[in-house]
Design a protein around this ligand. Sequence first.
Ligand code: URA
Length: 244
Amino acid sequence: MKSSVTRLDRFISQRSAFKQADTRLLIAQKRILLDGQVANSIQQQVTQFTHVLLDGQCLQHKQALYLMLHKPKGVVCATQDHQHPTVLDLLEHPHKDQLHIVGRLDLNTTGLVLLTNDGTWSRTISLPQTGLAKTYEVTLAQPVTAEYVEVFRQGIYFAYEGITTQPAELEIDSAHTARLTLTEGKYHQVKRMFGHFQNEVLALHRASVGALTLAGLAVGHSRELTEAELRTLALQTGAVHSGR
Ligand code: URA
């Protein structure tokens, strides 16, 4: 999950035979291109996704990746597992080894999982202060009652962490099904919230993250997020994505 930013003169000394102090001259001679633009200051910031050319030679070219996956049941949200297939096993992307998971789902939870190689983006998306809404479709063993709505709105005390959950919105769809919208992601949060009422979660599906939905994406399939989706997420969360 590296997301380091390096000053241009430092980057040049690390990735070429030139010294840090040579960078001013290289800039004056217009020999460095950053994302296709002539570099103009030794203080310019080089991220892991900046395309850097020096005298036409590529010093760095790494594409930022942002994907969504429709996770099936029985697939683990990990990069490696000895027992179960992992979400990475489902991907066919040539650079899937670079990816990490943004907000895990339990083994038997289905639904929307985000993956990226951009640590800055995933950190912002995941910050509790960001408050990005995640909606879950829940099937319960016992009937769900109107009482739950107010209790979830008020928050539930999790003794293990010593915290109270952020206000959550519950919409009851039928006696045993509901939609729960959370703005945070504590460990087993949905199951523990219904556990407060001794009501077992029989099935759990993450239907959306912010404005992102699984519309048109079959179970087990994945796709890259579109520029428009990334822009909407940036407006919702402040998570700036790298240009592609
Ligand atoms: N809450 C849970 O309990 N499980 C999940 O997989 C996601 C949220």
